[in-house]
Design a protein around this ligand. Sequence first.
Ligand code: ADP
Ligand code: ASP
Ligand code: MG
Length: 439
Amino acid sequence: MLLVLKFGGTSVGSAQRIKDLVKLTVSEVPKIVVLSAMSGTTNNLVEICDALYSKNSEKASELINSLKQKYLKEIAELYSIESSKTKAQELIANHFNHLHSFTLDMFTVNEEKAVLAQGELLSTAMFHYYLEEIGVASALLPALNFMRLDANDEPDMVYIEKQLTEELKKHPGQKLFITQGYICRNSFGEIDNLKRGGSDYTASIIGAAIKSPEVQIWTDIDGMHNNDPRIVSKTHPIHELSFDEAAELAYFGAKILHPTCILPAKKRNIPVRLKNTMQPEAAGTLIANIETKEGVKAVAAKDGITAITIKSDRMLLAHGFLRAVFEIFERYKTPIDMICTSEVAVSLTIDTDKNLDHIVKELKEISQVEIDKDQTIICVVGQIPKDKAGYGHQVLESLKEIPLRMVSYGGSSNNISVLVNGSLKKEALQALNKGLFNY
Ligand code: ADP
Ligand code: ASP
Ligand code: MG
């Protein structure tokens, strides 16, 4: 039985932080440690890709060199033995030569994915070498050998289970495994990733694949808080959340968790614990199949939302109208987040404008269409029983000064959502912090 422990960017953000990981990972308890890239690295790699896309190879080379300097500095601090220093220098040289090779060639999406993969490949190898230096046995599991998406970009669980088992079998008696978060292959076998913040998702997919007793997400805060600590000044950690509550919070913007990372754990009923690397003694948050207390637990906000209003005289009593609308979104693989209907119109929201033009063109064939971009969904999450009065009132009362574009209540007993103009997000989160949590 292997535990899964994931450490995010800040938890591996410097040579010292990597050294500090030993206390949290080296024990008799068998485990798989999933690492993100050092903090800032994936952003740097994105900048390198942007330069390469705009054919500015000089700028790309500069960015690659400056990132390389950062890594050379980190490894000088991380290792004390000459042989590990040499090994780490070779590692850095290989990865950065590889990055430089992209400045010479055509740059496409496939190359971009290969560039973005370098951060996790580096951090895991660096930790593995460090453990080697201090005499701790560990095995590096290459995520690209087992983590794969299917043709719908969903984790291919059958393949992952089989391949991961094979990889683990290669190291009989081993208790400490290290692997890369975020990176994977697509259904064509090409390098891909699980989208930004995807290392959390890697951890829960692995947890589900090996039926781990627990998945731990170690980060820079003591668990899921009741509100976004980057935006409001006072927040508190929540000790327990049900899978559904946590999934709503993650999907609707609580950055501490990747939007879909709760789902694999929920499917296999594997508890997920959020812990603070800088304060390991803090309780953190347990996310499990538990009945949590009635009441509002937290609020989260999801930006970059587009609201689409579809008006049609024919909608009145016209069965089949909504089906026609949904089919258009389905054709463009665009999920709908919120939906509100009236007799003559339906408003719905999407979080990607990738296919907006096509969608609007098709919608216009059956209705009039209005678009509002840069909206934010504010999501209030907890156990909100449908037969109890007061919750809707409390939310709307808290937000009474803020124009609400849409309101969604009753979709589930875990969620009340409102849509506001993106410029009002901070105000809305502050108002809810005051109205719901008395801050
Ligand atoms: P990591 O690099 O470890 O994956 P992230 O930056 O992705 O860490 O997630 C942790 C950050 O999420 C916290 O530092 C915090 O600022 C932010 N965050 C946003 N909303 C919440 C919330 N509701 N509870 C806790 N943290 C949150
Ligand atoms: N390194 C990736 C990112 O910055 C994945 C992760 O950290 O979860 O998005
Ligand atoms: Mg993260």
